[in-house]
Write a protein that binds this ligand. Sequence first.
Ligand SMILES: *Cc1c(COP(=O)(O)O)cnc(C)c1O
Length: 365
Amino acid sequence: MIAIAAPFLGQEEMDAVQEVLASGQLAQGPKVAALEEAFAAYCGTKYAVAVNSGTAALHASLFAAGIGPGDEVITTPFSFMATLNCILMVGAKPVLVDIDPITFNIDPAKVAEAITPKTKAIIPVDLYGQPYDYDALKAIADEHKLIIVEDACQAIGSSYNGKKAGTLGDLGCLSLYATKNIMAGEGGIVVTDNEAYAEAMKRFRQHGMGAQYEYVHLGYNYRMSDLHAAVGVEQLKKADTFNAARQKNAAALTKGLQGIKGLVLPQTAPNRTHVYNLYTVRITDEFGLSQQEVVDKLRAQGIGAGIYYPKPMYSYPHTASLGYKPGACPETEKACKQVVSLPVHPKLTDADIATMVAAIKGLAK
Ligand SMILES: *Cc1c(COP(=O)(O)O)cnc(C)c1O
């Protein structure tokens, strides 16, 4: 099976974990501090705060930004559910606006239309590894004094006009979950230049504790372990190499799949780099098979294709009360019915790519 994602771990990660085990210091300690320092240096921010998931990073960011009940937060309905759940976790109201059909990222024009006096923040997502339309959205955020919390969980290492994903907002959330471009099994990082935010998040990950047993506000146990941080430190050193391999694989797929009727290939919008956490095509009516048929047939041939994401985030039991009806975000609903993601990770061989290209050509009519 050519898997949709594959961990890429070397001797360096093994040695680093061994070192932590031998030290006896497994909980948050020096490796977490080293990981934070490395991420701040990599992204070019003043602060990086490590937590135990990308979801915790989003939750901590909204908390630090002071978002809570009575506030509205605008985001996209075409993302992983964590992007929306974090808004519910702080008791704010998610306001969902449609995507741009080319990049699959939030459409800034639709954001502008959704702003009310209660709007406090926007969460753009760098979906599949491509940064959101920063210039357009930043102008809107500045005009209305809105905080941008960038969900860059799929986009570590990509950039917009040379600015790294994660720094395209007031707070940037990164994930080290097993399927991301670099990983620690689980893990999350928030990068920011704002000291007050960084301090609030460091308390938030530890039950709101400031000085020893001085609880300043509500918090959780969102600490990262040194075991995970040790893996993350080694992975971050390899991020650019991994991303270059993903870009090379994406280019080879695009070259091989060009010109097939009913198959729309991924595009990178101007001013940005794409790090291809996923290589996502659209299957349109002209292709002759449905999205699900393509996925099933590819899987039957040993190719781990997947649908990211099959339904808008407003169509689940816990989000139904938000009141979005079918048709609310037509571009999102269309994308949900058309997208198919293909393996693009750095472990793919040239033969794997040739197999995938041949399989898809074989399905096309
Ligand atoms: C992975 C991911 C997250 C965070 O996920 P965790 O599993 O909690 O690390 C958030 N948003 C998006 C878009 C993601 O892909």
